[in-house]
Design a protein. Structure first.
Length: 228
């Protein structure tokens, strides 16, 4: 499903989300909130992985994220914003679009370390050691921004899809019975997010500040559904 609006001059900007199963329908409030403040942003909401040509969530957790972004990119959009369907916009995203353009790829800082949430397959695939991964900051993957007028965004997306195709998104949320690693520091695996963190490290992407928060005193652009 897409929601296309008349645009003003400037880059073509789109926001994309995905919601299926028990989550289908919660994206409607995201769409409504974005449209309330941003009449010049087109919105794409997908509900089936067949729409975007990727494996199911069960086969490859969160594969729909890079494929949804790529689907919209191929529609000719310059800047693509990924949002989890649980988010709600609280103001105009125009300054955020400027931040994406300034960085090429906008990833938010988080408070963990990648090595805690990366299985052995992931760190081997990205050719880093566990100790190196323990020095890589995690990201808050609910919202990400890409400016496809930059090589950085193209490179990131290519590596992201490549990791998914190689099976690196697969893994368990918790490292029960050492399913993800024998290293006691490993808590589990975070699929698309883990790969994003390792790609960002490889490309030396400077992370931005948090733009999503459930704390009303810290909200910049989005809040989560349980804090409307």
């Amino acid at each position: 499903m897409s929601f296309l609006l008349r645009r003003t001059r400037g880059p073509r900007v789109a926001l994309v989300t995905f919601a299926n199963g028990v989550y289908k329908g919660i994206e409607e409030k995201l769409v409504a909130s974005v449209r309330r403040f941003n009449r010049d942003i087109d919105i794409f909401a997908f509900h089936d992985t067949a729409e975007i040509g990727c494996r199911s969530h069960a086969e490859s957790p969160y594969a729909f994220k890079p494929y949804a972004v790529d689907f919209v990119r191929q529609k000719g959009y310059d800047i693509v914003i990924w949002c989890d369907s649980c988010l709600r916009a609280v103001r105009s995203l125009a300054p955020f679009v400027d931040e994406i353009a300034a960085k090429g790829v906008y990833l938010q800082k988080d408070g963990w370390m990648c090595g805690e949430w990366a299985n052995d397959r992931a760190i081997q695939y990205f050719n880093v050691t566990r100790d190196q991964a323990m020095q890589i900051e995690t990201i808050y993957a609910q919202c990400m921004g890409f400016d496809f007028r930059t090589k950085m965004a193209y490179d990131f997306l290519s590596l992201w899809i490549g990791a998914e195709q190689a099976g690196v998104f697969r893994g368990a949320w918790k490292n029960v019975n050492n399913s993800e690693s024998d290293d006691s520091r490993v808590r589990g695996h975070r699929h698309d997010q883990t790969c994003s963190e390792l790609i960002a490290h490889h490309l030396r992407i400077v992370k931005g500040t948090i733009i999503v928060s459930a704390d009303p005193t810290q909200v910049r652009y989005f809040t989560t559904w349980n804090n409307p």
